[in-house]
Design a protein around this ligand. Structure first.
Ligand SMILES: Nc1nc2c(c(=O)[nH]1)N[C@H]1C(S)=C(S)[C@@H](COP(=O)(O)O)O[C@H]1N2
Ligand SMILES: [Mo]
Length: 174
């Protein structure tokens, strides 16, 4: 075998290993996210890393409320629904997070959907919630054809475009 062929074979082998490693790392990440969804967990982070991982027990301990909001989906017109959840800002304050330290909040879903909120919006009264029930029923997971276990509700968003379903991560940015 000449040198050129050897080089090509080595390059292909190196690429194959790199693709394999990348796929493996990615799948680990996905499995972890799915597990968080099954266990109904949400992780809060900032640039220094994880602040806290919270679950349904923590959220129900914060005195969730019922509120109405108008859901608009791709296959139905706008309809008023009754949600149960907690204002995002109340989760922050309960964890000792100082809203003045951050300007932006990113909310990420298991399918990669990401929504950006300004801290100003988050602090508005009765606007942005993390919901876990609609009309008294659990939201259900993506696998179950639901929109949860948690969904971000932005009451001021007329077309529900930032109502992030399947929330797994909340990232605070300075
Ligand atoms: N995780 C996630 N959340 C999402 C979306 C999405 O694709 N993924 N679509 C958004 C859009 S554009 C709308 S209108 C509402 C309702 O979307 P649906 O029609 O797919 O239910 O969810 C929002 N939240
Ligand atoms: Mo949409």
């Amino acid at each position: 075998m000449d040198r050129k062929n050897t080089i090509i074979i080595v390059l292909v082998a190196v690429l194959a290993v790199a693709v394999g490693v990348a796929a493996f790392l990615n799948s680990g990440n996905l499995t972890e996210k799915r597990k968080m969804q099954q266990e109904a967990k949400v992780v809060l982070k900032d640039r220094d890393g994880e602040i806290e991982t919270i679950g349904l027990g923590y959220i129900t301990g914060l005195h969730p409320v019922e509120f109405s909001a108008t859901l608009d989906t791709s296959n139905s017109g706008p309809r008023e629904q009754l949600y149960t959840g907690i204002e995002l800002k109340k989760i922050f304050s309960s964890l000792g997070i100082d809203s003045r330290d951050y300007s932006t909040v990113l909310v990420k879903a298991v399918d990669g959907y990401t929504v950006a909120l300004t801290m100003e919006e988050v602090l508005k009264e009765s606007n942005i919630y993390l919901a876990y029930q609609m009309n008294g029923e659990s939201l259900g997971t993506k696998e179950e054809g639901g929109s949860g276990p948690y969904q971000l509700i932005v009451r001021e968003d007329q077309f529900s475009q930032r109502w992030c379903k399947f929330v797994t991560e909340v990232i605070l940015e300075e």
